[in-house]
Write a protein that binds this ligand. Structure first.
Ligand code: DGP
Length: 119
């Protein structure tokens, strides 16, 4: 658990957020600065800083964690009526990838026809 981690504080309800989903493993909140009509963040409760940290060059990777996150994303998208229309999932990794909060999270964007393929 990262003591100064914003998302750890949100998970512990020390910082308020609009939670749309929660289970034992992850939470889903609305992004503070939405980039689409619907912009959600799916955040695992365990503190893993990034995709890089989830899959170190040597040692055990977090395949199960990522699999569970993708399953949660799809279930949440269904509940939020983003399916069958569709949605976009983004994971920003490290500084050049645009990551600003170093607690692994998946962006879920939708609720409209998204312009551009990757931005
Ligand atoms: P990234 O750049 O991929 O690390 O995305 C971090 C996202 O987190 C960014 O879109 C804004 C969002 N965010 C940052 N702080 C907060 C917060 O306190 N509450 C909520 N709901 N979202 C936040």
């Amino acid at each position: 658990m990262g003591h100064d981690c914003i998302f750890c504080k949100i998970i512990k309800n020390e910082i308020p957020s609009e939670r749309v989903y929660e289970d034992d493993f992850c939470i889903c909140i609305r992004d503070l600065h939405p980039q689409a009509k619907v912009h959600l963040l799916v955040i695992p409760k365990v503190h893993v800083a990034s995709l890089e940290e989830a899959f170190p060059a040597a040692g055990v990777g977090q395949e199960e964690l990522l699999g569970k996150l993708m399953k949660a994303v799809t279930a949440i998208a269904r509940k939020q009526a983003l399916l069958p229309g569709g949605f976009r999932t983004v994971i920003n990794t490290n500084h050049e990838g645009g990551q600003s909060v170093f607690h692994l999270h998946l962006h879920v964007l939708g609720g409209e026809t998204l312009r551009g393929r990757f931005a």
